[in-house]
Design a protein around this ligand. Structure first.
Ligand code: MSP
Length: 618
């Protein structure tokens, strides 16, 4: 397909992040998704595509109205201040977005009103009423099934039971079409586990959804064009940003629809149902792919203001640099999976992988090249297999594997230089081979760590272009590189942002070997689960790959149960899963948790049938 500018679809790339709520300052979760989108944008630019990368802020709704009221500030003034912080943070993180959309912009407001009028005129919006649970934290409707002990599990608060006159969108009308689009992969949802989840959700039945609020309840929203007493529910308003954000002459025609939209699982249901239904209703093409990544905890606990373990990406960037934070987030958690982060883990990776391995290599080779020079030797510099693997992992959004591959080049270089010892004989050919490999690593690293990559390119005098991966490095006068990564100390003090605000220590004091105090025990998240899928792990005598349902989500894990159970025997069994364990890779398979078993024959600990999936063991 070719558009007006004669740009073929495969030559352009449109990527989006969610737009973030402006009830508070920039959060590490938002930084995480936006860094991932930035990596995709930069990678596609590197490949010569024309890219549009959109991020921004979601500025309406009850949650923001309440936050502004609490501060005693007009909502618009309140969001203006917060948005300035988000924009600054994204600059600091080296985010290369092409637009930053704000839902309070006049152009956006008008387009949302046009959409609603259009759907109303088509009979897809009608006046009715609804009764439903609503969590203001999520700004989403919840079903009975979503609640845990009567509360929204994400926000640990009792949702409102709303019963209100409202304008309803005929979501139910799109049920079969959506199912077909998702099942056929035309509306592609990744990872597979999320696709299955949403298929089951849609099969349970989609109900019409309210798209308005009475102004007497929520006034901070876009006025409904056909009823002065109502304003627009925040979600249709927010979702439409993906269209209104494509600002500029011909930009929409050139880039619509998105190639990939990134988000976490918290907002995936809305994006897999209401969002495509609105587009179908409006007659717009659907995005190609939604990629749903996981959620991270901090030191094993959900990030929350009340726990005081909210990680501030600006503070971390100021301390360790944007490249370190970008690298850490992408390497530490396999994209698509839940994971855990901590400042200590960041400092470890910064020191060990960035300063010791990459930084030292660049520093050693550049200073030797400055002294002895380089001599062309294209033997042994071919890294095309590694480049191919990087491409493959990039296409599958496996950013951690991309980084593993790139760092294997760095490791090879360090080993090679240690073996050849060019500082003893000033061997210029050896230096050339290593410099050539550093060039490849640096080009591939650019989407992840643009600052360091550009510094390496300046040092060895090459341009960051994909074609330069294959072209031999030109001989030039090399100057010793600037220090890329200063080593950092991690002290309890530097970890203060992970501590409770009331001064309580992050880790309880050591009570002696083998003794776990109460606070440590509370950190363990053990849940009642059900084994829903079992697969053999080839070449392993002990392992099975399992998918377990832990209530709110499904997890993949690897367990050594082959010697104790048959595949069929395990399916459907209830069990207990340790869910906040750092994800691991076992025989190349991601494992997101540990199943509890005991005894010589590793028998599962089976909870009572009456205990619901996802119930916490306390
Ligand atoms: N405003 C809505 C989205 C509207 S999009 C049309 C919203 N905003 S949010 O500020 O709550 O951002 C949610 C998103 O932030 C998640 O989907 C995810 O991209 C990111 N994250 C927030 N916390 C996160 C973690 N702890 N871990 C990973 N990502 C998380 O929802």
């Amino acid at each position: 397909m070719v558009n007006k500018d004669n740009i073929k679809k495969e030559d352009r790339f449109y990527v989006t992040t969610p737009i973030y709520y402006t009830n508070g300052p920039v959060h590490a979760g938002g930084a995480y998704t936006t860094i991932a989108a930035d990596i995709l944008a930069r990678w596609n630019r590197l490949k010569g595509k024309e890219v549009f990368f959109l991020t921004g802020t979601d500025e309406h709704g009850k949650k923001i109205q309440e936050a502004a009221e609490e501060k005693g500030v007009e909502p618009k003034k309140f969001v203006d201040d917060i948005v300035a912080g988000w924009k600054k943070a994204f600059q600091l993180l080296n985010i290369s977005n092409d637009n930053f959309i704000r839902t309070t912009e006049e152009g956006h407001v008008k387009e949302v009103q046009k959409l609603l009028q259009d759907l109303y005129d088509k009979g897809l919006i009608y006046k009715g009423s609804y009764e439903s649970y609503y969590c203001i934290g999520c700004e989403q409707y919840l079903t009975e099934k979503d609640l845990e002990d009567g509360k929204c599990p994400a926000h640990n608060r009792v949702p409102e039971l709303r019963n209100e006159e409202a304008y309803m969108f005929k979501l139910s009308k799109f049920q079969d079409e959506l199912l077909e689009l998702i099942e056929s992969g035309r509306y592609c949802i990744l990872p597979e586990i999320r696709r299955k989840e949403i298929i089951n959700f849609i099969k349970d039945g989609l109900e019409d959804v309210s798209v308005s609020r009475l102004k007497e309840n929520v006034y901070w929203g876009i006025d409904l064009p056909f009823d002065d007493n109502h304003c627009t529910w925040v979600w249709p308003d927010a979702l439409w940003n993906y269209l209104t954000g494509l600002k500029g002459e011909g930009v929409f025609d050139k880039f619509w629809p998105p190639n990939v939209q990134l988000m976490a699982k918290d907002i995936f249901r809305v994006h897999a149902t209401i969002w495509p239904a609105l587009l179908l209703g409006a007659g717009c093409e659907l995005p190609s792919t939604l990629f749903i990544h996981g959620f991270f905890t901090v030191n094993g606990r959900k990030m929350s203001k009340s726990l005081g373990n909210v990680i501030d990406p600006v503070e971390l960037t100021n301390k360790y640099g944007s490249d370190s934070l970008r690298y850490f987030l992408m390497r530490n958690i396999p994209f698509g999976y839940d994971g855990d982060i901590s400042e200590k883990a960041l400092v470890d990776r910064h020191n060990y992988e960035l300063a010791n391995k990459l930084g030292n290599l660049v520093s050693r080779v550049s200073s030797l090249a400055e002294k002895y020079g380089l001599e062309k030797n294209t033997k042994d510099t071919d890294l095309s297999m590694k480049v191919e693997r990087v491409e493959e992992f990039m296409n599958n959004y496996q950013f951690d594997k991309v980084l593993n591959e790139i760092f294997s080049i760095v490791d090879d270089c360090n080993e090679y230089i240690d073996e050849k010892k060019p500082w003893e004989d000033g061997n210029k050919k050896v230096l050339y081979i290593v410099a050539s490999k550093i060039k490849v690593a640096a080009i591939l690293l650019w989407p992840f760590m643009p600052n360091s990559s550009e510094e390496i390119a300046r040092t060895f005098n090459f341009e960051i272009k994909l074609e330069n991966l294959k072209k031999p490095l030109e001989i030039s006068q090399v100057k010793k590189a600037k220090i890329l990564f200063e080593k950092k100390e991690f002290s309890e003090d530097s970890g203060k942002i992970e501590r409770k605000k009331n001064g309580e220590e992050k880790d309880s004091k050591d009570k002696g070997e083998g003794v776990v105090d109460f606070k440590s025990w509370q950190k363990l998240d053990l849940r009642v689960a059900k084994i829903v899928e079992v697969e053999d792990v080839e070449n392993s005598e002990k392992l099975f790959k399992l998918v377990v349902d832990i209530g709110r989500e499904k997890r993949q894990l690897v367990a050594g149960l082959k010697e104790s159970y048959d595949i069929e025997e395990l399916k459907g069994k209830k069990c207990i899963v340790f869910v906040n364990l750092e994800p691991a890779e076992i025989m190349g398979i991601k494992s997101e948790g540990m199943i509890l078993a005991a005894g010589k024959n590793s028998r599962l600990l089976e909870p009572d049938e009456g205990i619901g999936l996802g119930s916490k063991i306390e």
